[in-house]
Design a protein around this ligand. Sequence first.
Ligand SMILES: [Zn+2]
Length: 88
Amino acid sequence: MSGRDEFFHKERCDRCVAGLGARTMSWFTDETICMDCSDEEVRTKKAMRAAGTDPSFYEGCGREQYEELKARFGTEGCLKVRAEEGGA
Ligand SMILES: [Zn+2]
């Protein structure tokens, strides 16, 4: 199957193995992921920006690097994001 067909025929998220209704491509890896995992990536990117790191530098960086970023900015950046959003 071509990459495009694979994208549309995949039944499960590459990351959390949830069934795929809506799907999207990961920013950080070449995985096809569900919207929950996508939301998590969006939060990670937001946290990275809040911590002064440009996420575009990490586009396609791979799973291992993403897990590292998530762990690092998930704690470091989240407080700043929360502060910016006024507790939302
Ligand atoms: Zn998922």
